[in-house]
Write a protein that binds this ligand. Sequence first.
Ligand code: PGA
Length: 247
Amino acid sequence: MTRRKLVVGNWKMHGSRSANAPLLSGILESRPYTCDVAVCPPFPYLSEAAVALASSGLRWGGQDCSVHEQGAYTGEVSARMLAEFGCRYVIVGHSERRALHAESDGLVAEKAKAALAHGVTPIVCVGETLAERESGQTESVVKRQLSAVIHALAHCAGEMVVAYEPVWAIGTGKTATPEQAQEVHAVLRAQLRAATPRADAMTLLYGGSVKPENAKSLFAQADIDGALVGGAALKADDFVAICRAAG
Ligand code: PGA
């Protein structure tokens, strides 16, 4: 099956009003793209991104959301609020949040559910640490992480986007080889097939030091449908080159 590719820029806690404007216009000016393209800026910049990208065909999203609808949850942002700003996506379960904010598989699954309840597509991140890979646990770790989300989303599981991001490859310059990434993507696709009839239509992204130089060989793999890009998403030229590689 040919699936349309998706490239998502995860800006993490980077950016400023003065830096974002040329980045967004650089991405806009290089249209059209033959893949779907989205950016996920920090929350304060979402409204600016929404204005800049309105009617452009480009998409935007948040980097996290609360499991709650509203209430006394200082510092949290709900999926409903993201939907109000036109977010098409929200990243949930990024390894930085799992590690630095102690997010459990169960919490990540509830976040994915909250997103879908508001029509926002969750980009669910899974991935093993270096120690887990070296001790042969890669498959069991990613399956455990995905299984929690499949269980929580039940008949809507086919609606999520999954991003395989080996923790040891994030921001380190060490990309998984295309074969290493494909191996895990195939495991995830098989797990999804057992859970939803939409599995073969679902978008499975790879993330972890994706750059213009390695994007094409990653995108050539059977089950890699695009990328979640961190560092290289902060430079318009690099991000655009990765989007071109997906087309
Ligand atoms: P990186 O980050 O491309 O800088 O490795 C990817 C991510 O964390 O989503």
